[in-house]
Design a protein around this ligand. Structure first.
Ligand SMILES: Nc1nc2c(ncn2[C@@H]2O[C@H](COP(=O)(O)OP(=O)(O)OP(=O)(O)O)[C@@H](O)[C@H]2O)c(=O)[nH]1
Ligand SMILES: [Mg+2]
Length: 466
C-alpha cells in the first residue's frame, strides 16, 4: 500500500441508484483524470459536466467532475471526484478507464488513512468517520459527529497537557536536585498528578454511557402473566411484533426490538418476556428462566401490573435478579388519569433500610389508547441516564474499546507514578517514566504516535472508498 500510488474507488454503495461517486486521490490524480475526462483541465473546486473516455477514446459515461487541489482536500492530496450515473455498469466503466490510466484500486479506509497521515484528521476523528457510516441510531450518529468535530480529541489533548505539566514540574525538580526542598514542592507535583488523574477518570467514566449509545440500553418488560407486557411492547414499538392474547402464558421466548424515542441520548433495546410465575409447564418454565436471564442483563426494567399491589409484587420478583432501575407500569389504564401517578418505595430497599431516593415511579399507561406511553419512555430514559451518568448529548464520550483501553493504561501509569511519588521509593527521574508512558497512551488515541499496527486495526474495518 504505497502512499505514492494514486488510488481510486467507488465511494457509494454499488447497486441501482441515480448517481455514483468515484473518487481518485494521489500524486498522479490530475494526470490520470486528464487521460479520462474531457474537457481537461478543469478549474479546481468548480462543478463541470464532462465526458469520460476509455483508452480507445470511446465515451463511457457523461458525468460531473470536481477537482480538489491538495492540500485542500479530504486526503490532503490532489483529489478528483467523478459523479457518474448510478447502477453497476457506468461507475465500473469509469473506474476501469481510471485504472487503465494508472490508478490503483484503493484498500478499505485508504482515503481516510491518507487524511490521517497528511494531518487532515487525527485518528479519533478518522474512527468517527467509520462510526458515522456505521451508525444505526441517531444517538450513535450524534456521538460520532461530536467526535468528528474534534470533541473527544480536544479532551484527550487537554488530558495530555495536564500530564505534560506534571512532567514539566518534575523536570524542573530534577534540574535542581541539591536544593533541599527543591524549587518545586513535592505537594505541588502530587496535586497536579491528582488533578490529571481525576480528569482521565472523568472521561473513562463515560465509557458505560458510550456503551449505551453504541449498543442501546436493554429495557426488560416484566410482570405476571397477562399483565399486558406484550401489548405494551408492541405499543412502544408502534407495530405488532409480539403475540398478544388473553391466555396467561402467551409469551414463551424473550423477544427483542429497538426503539428510538425522539431526543433520547441512546436507543432502547426493548425485551418482552414470559410472565414471571411458578409453573409446571416445561416450555413455560424455560420461558420464565429466560426472563430471569434477561432481567440479569437489564439496564432498566418495566415492572408491569394491573394493580398497585401487582406492580409491587413484580418489583419484588424482579429484585431477585437485578439492581437495575425499575419503572412501574400500571397497565390497561384506557380510562382515567395517565402518566406518572406516584413514586412508590422499592420494597427491597425498604427492607434494606433504604431512603426515599430508592422510590420507583409508577406510570399509568394504556397499550390500546396510547396514553402514558410518552411519559413512560421519558421515565425509563431518565432512570437509565441517571444510573449510568450519561452526559448531555454533544459532550464527548468514550464509545470505543480502543480508547477505553488506552485511557485505562494512562490512568494506571499515573496511579503508579502517584504511589512511588508519595512513597519517595524511586528517584524522580525514574518515577517520571510512568508519566511518559501515560502521555504515550493518550497520544495513541489521537494517533500522535501511530504505530503501524494501530492504523491497521483501525482502518481494516472501513469500507472501500472512504
Ligand atoms: N383494555 C386493554 N386491554 C389490554 C391492554 N394491554 C393488554 N390488554 C389485554 O390483556 C390481555 C393480555 O395481554 P398481553 O399483552 O398478551 O399480556 P402479557 O403480559 O404479554 O401476557 P403473557 O405473555 O401471557 O405473560 C390481552 O387480552 C390484551 O388485549 C390495554 O392497555 N388495555
Ligand atoms: Mg406476552
Amino acid at each position: 500500500m504505497s502512499p505514492d500510488d494514486t488510488i481510486v474507488a467507488l465511494s457509494t454503495a454499488p447497486g441501482r441508484a441515480a448517481l455514483a461517486v468515484v473518487r481518485l486521490s494521489g500524486p498522479q490524480a490530475l494526470a490520470i483524470a486528464g487521460a479520462v475526462v474531457r474537457p481537461w483541465p478543469i478549474e479546481p473546486r468548480t462543478v463541470r459536466r464532462c465526458a469520460a473516455v476509455d483508452p480507445s477514446g470511446a465515451v463511457v459515461d457523461r458525468l460531473v467532475v470536481i477537482v480538489y487541489a491538495g492540500p485542500r482536500s479530504y486526503t490532503g492530496e490532489d483529489v478528483v471526484e467523478l459523479v457518474t450515473h448510478g447502477g453497476v455498469a457506468a461507475p465500473a466503466s469509469v473506474m476501469a478507464a481510471l485504472v487503465a490510466a494508472g490508478a490503483r484500486p484503493a484498500a478499505p479506509g485508504e482515503f481516510t488513512r491518507r487524511a490521517v497521515l497528511n494531518g487532515k484528521l487525527d485518528l479519533a476523528q478518522a474512527e468517527a468517520v467509520g462510526d458515522l457510516i456505521d451508525a444505526g441510531s441517531s444517538a450513535m450518529q450524534r456521538a460520532a459527529l461530536t467526535q468528528l468535530d474534534g470533541g473527544l480529541s480536544g479532551r484527550i489533548r487537554a488530558l495530555r497537557s495536564a500530564v505534560l505539566e506534571v512532567e514539566a514540574l518534575i523536570a524542573y525538580d530534577i534540574d535542581f536536585p541539591e536544593e533541599d526542598d527543591g524549587p518545586v514542592a513535592r505537594d505541588r507535583v502530587a496535586a497536579s498528578a491528582a488533578a490529571a488523574s481525576g480528569q482521565i477518570h472523568a472521561l473513562l467514566a463515560t465509557a458505560p454511557a458510550g456503551e449505551l449509545v453504541r449498543a442501546g440500553a436493554m429495557v426488560v418488560i416484566a410482570g405476571v402473566p397477562n399483565a399486558g407486557k406484550s401489548s405494551l411492547f408492541n405499543a412502544l414499538l408502534g407495530c405488532a411484533r409480539a403475540l398478544v392474547s388473553d391466555v396467561p402464558g402467551t409469551t414463551r421466548d424473550t423477544i427483542e426490538a429497538i426503539a428510538e424515542p425522539a431526543g433520547a441520548p441512546f436507543p432502547l433495546r426493548l425485551v418482552d418476556t414470559a410472565g414471571l410465575r411458578e409453573t409446571a409447564d416445561v416450555v413455560e418454565r424455560l420461558g420464565v428462566d429466560a426472563s430471569g436471564r434477561a432481567l440479569a442483563g437489564a439496564h432498566a426494567v418495566l415492572a408491569c401490573g394491573e394493580t398497585q399491589d401487582a406492580i409491587a409484587a413484580a418489583v419484588q420478583q424482579i429484585r431477585a435478579f437485578t439492581r437495575a432501575p425499575v419503572v412501574g407500569v400500571w397497565t390497561k389504564r384506557d380510562a382515567g388519569p395517565s402518566g406518572v401517578v406516584r413514586a412508590t418505595k422499592d420494597p427491597a430497599e425498604i427492607r434494606a433500610g433504604g431512603s426515599a431516593s430508592s422510590a420507583y415511579p409508577v406510570v399509568a399507561a394504556s397499550a390500546i389508547s396510547g396514553t402514558g406511553l410518552h411519559a413512560l419512555l421519558d421515565e425509563v430514559v431518565a432512570a437509565v441516564a441517571a444510573r449510568w451518568n450519561v452526559p448531555a448529548p454533544d459532550m464527548p464520550i468514550v464509545t470505543r474499546a480502543r480508547h477505553r483501553a488506552a485511557l485505562s493504561r494512562a490512568a494506571g501509569e499515573l496511579a503508579e507514578f502517584q504511589s512511588v511519588w508519595r512513597a519517595r521509593s524511586l528517584p524522580a527521574i525514574v518515577a517520571a517514566v510512568h508519566l511518559r508512558a501515560a502521555v504515550e497512551a493518550l497520544e495513541e488515541i489521537i494517533g500522535a504516535v501511530s504505530a503501524d499496527d494501530v492504523l491497521e486495526r483501525v482502518f481494516s474495518a472501513f469500507c472501500v472508498g472512504k
